[in-house]
Design a protein around this ligand. Sequence first.
Ligand SMILES: *[C@@H]1O[C@H](CO)[C@@H](O)[C@H](O)[C@H]1NC(C)=O
Ligand SMILES: *[C@@H]1O[C@H](CO)[C@@H](O)[C@H](O)[C@H]1NC(C)=O
Ligand SMILES: *[C@@H]1O[C@H](CO)[C@@H](O)[C@H](O)[C@H]1NC(C)=O
Length: 373
Amino acid sequence: MHPVLLVLAITKTHPRCPSMLLIVISLVQIWCTISRGEAQVVQQIPQNQSIPALIAFGDSIVDQGCNNNLTTIVKCNFPPYGQDFPSHQSTGRFSNAKTPPDILAEALGIKDLLPAYLDPRTESEDLLTGVSFASGGMGYDPVTSKLASALSFSDQLKLFKEYISKLKRLVGEARTRSILANSLFIIVAGSDDLANTYFTFGGRLRYDVHSYADLMVSYASDFIQEINELGARRLAVFGVPPIGCVPSQRTLAGGPLRNCSENHNQATQVYNTKLQSKLNLLSQKFQLSKIVYVDVYNSLLHIIQNPQDYGFDVVDKGCCGTGDIEVSVLCNKLSKTCPDRSKYLFWDSYHPTQKGYEIIVNQFMTNYISRLL
Ligand SMILES: *[C@@H]1O[C@H](CO)[C@@H](O)[C@H](O)[C@H]1NC(C)=O
Ligand SMILES: *[C@@H]1O[C@H](CO)[C@@H](O)[C@H](O)[C@H]1NC(C)=O
Ligand SMILES: *[C@@H]1O[C@H](CO)[C@@H](O)[C@H](O)[C@H]1NC(C)=O
């Protein structure tokens, strides 16, 4: 289907594209989502509260390397990804260093790094304190995951069931139930549905913004109910950030001045509002569970509109390559990177630097964690 569609979509929205080659290359890189870079003090959980494990589902924001062994182009297990990681190695995390699951696991006093469930080096012991099932490029809409050859939510759910069986073998039924009930589950998805499937690739041509947002929310709701049924009780469901302001979408849809794409941002707000209402309903339905909507739209937009308040110099370009378009395989060992990652909100054209992620996680610890304990 896509090649022709894709080129059409991109030439239409990106008339300045210098050559067909760049256009075709661009296709490859639009897939991914948001990343970041430098030591910030992240608020800790109160001493007397305990969360045994952190479990992540979703897309590249929380992909800890699950895509490394998949046949997909949505990968980043090569330099310069991981440039500032503790080992200075690329691990399949879509950033220069740590990603939200790592930063959050540390803030919760669980561990320094959250491993990918599919990483062969992940040991049984690691399962007790949590893993990530996330896969870059996926979305709530199965079409999105298929376009990216990423693990869909139903794929991630299968792996989660396998994980639960392993836990039971390790520590028995009762302790498994307790781990599931007390762990923090983070669900981060939706930006690839809107940015890729809906806007760029026309993967759902019969839908308008409202009906597409309804479709996304309906898949989100199904997924939340399934993990709730499997025993998850503390669920933080992240809204979509202002994808119109992400460097790649500015380039593709922001006009000659690379403004934020208002269409993208409005669609995101439509979706976020619908998600929030659905989560309120689910909270009423499942009174024993804590199901919390996490707003990242306004927090990221505030950073983009007030970069100096956060110590950033550059918020409209990524640090990798030209910063306009490079992400995933287009951000590679041939790409130059900016010297000072702490001055950039975005690492590549879609994902924040570690520093950007730390700000978001810090706000999560300040504004949301108490509602999940
Ligand atoms: C934890 O400590 C705080 C004060 O330090 C107290 O208000 C709270 O009730 C304690 N929570 C538990 C679960 O013990
Ligand atoms: C990829 O899969 C192969 C075969 O299953 C395995 O030997 C290898 O360790 C895996 N590598 C990663 C990074 O997942
Ligand atoms: C784009 O941004 C510039 C300032 O950066 C502003 O003057 C202009 O009005 C914006 N254009 C649109 C179409 O919003």
